[in-house]
Ligand binder design. Sequence first.
Ligand code: 2PG
Ligand code: MG
Length: 437
Amino acid sequence: MTDTAIATAFAWEALDSRGKPTVACEITLRDGSTGQVTVPSGASTGRHEARELRDGGLRYDGNGVRDAVGNVNTVLAESVRGIDSLDQPQVDAALRAADGSDDLGRLGANAVLAVSIGTAIAAAAAQHLPLYRTVDDTGRAPLLPLPMVNILSGGAHAGRSIDIQDFLVVPMSATSFSDAIEICSRVRRGATQVLAERDLPVALVADEGGLGPILPSNRSALDVMVAAIERAGFTPGADAAIAIDVAATQFHTAGDYVLAAENGRRLTSTELIDELVAWSGDYPIVSLEDALAEDDWHGWALATARLGGVQLLGDDLFVTNERRLRRGVADGVANAVLVKPNQIGTLTDARSVVAIAHAAGYRTVLSARSGETEDSWLADLAIGWRTGQIKVGSTMRSERTAKWNRLLRLEAELGDSAEYAGAAAITTAPHPVVSAL
Ligand code: 2PG
Ligand code: MG
């Protein structure tokens, strides 16, 4: 047995940024190296995601994770003991085998992810290397990602004040990561000023640190975005563009899309696409996430045909799942994939989704969850996997800034030895390598 073999996995129940319980875990290797992780969790989860284990019952309104914690401390710890932490695929295969179910719902995807990521962090510590280097299998220069930053929230992240879940800013003219963050931060401040002038509340923030104003319509959020960009002194489109996470699964009911914030206006797939086409003509929109619901493959194909000029990003649609992504690629659906490690449960599976996407010419956006933690490993994964883009919420609240600050540090430290992805990451698709599929 090597010194980098896993000795113990020790888990406990912690809290995420929404005050909900989540699994925290420390992996210890035989040489004494440790890796600590606290796993994130979503609010607008897709039906096809790996399944978190929650206790039910009275504690935390049923959201306790003591069973998942117990599973780490017993069966999962046992399943990985003695495996070399440097062999992440073997560790993840052992975790999958221990669970035995497709969606990891037996022992809990939250339990499995804790051991998977904790192992990667411990392995980096054992090698005295930063995580972005030990997860890098590309052999290329580290790539700092283009950020997309949440400004306005609705849907499940803001008490459904509007139906669309997220309006984000994309810093198009920045030539470095730090300049990009500055643009986003100034637009966030601009949005506060614009809303305050309209006597809308700005003191309370939504789950991801964005503003959650009650607006007369979904479209009016786009007017606020443009006003915020201008208020910050930027030119909409050229300096700062708009990305939207429609999160359409959330308001898809009985085959229709129902906009509760607009007096229950009902739209078919085609009508929702018409609306998005109109928005894209009237506003500088560069990315549309979950434009249609998770199983509306037909609608998605129509959307791709009509809106393929912008980034069409599948979140609930692909759920970081290789099978669903391959179906999308085969059917020509979407052109980008949102990657959330906890949607699939292991680091190895998330990594292979990034590789498959790039081979197919699909862009990748690494993403945090609405329920986040103080961890920063997501920043390292974005750099090491060269995802090109990252989304972690607003430029405020510590669970968000933990990731931005890690990227800012790495930018400062790496200097010229790192590249910055820039706006090209969202406007140009990677070259497909069809033979790799
Ligand atoms: C999303 C994420 C992050 P949640 O839908 O993309 O914004 O939200 O974690 O609630 O799924
Ligand atoms: Mg989403």
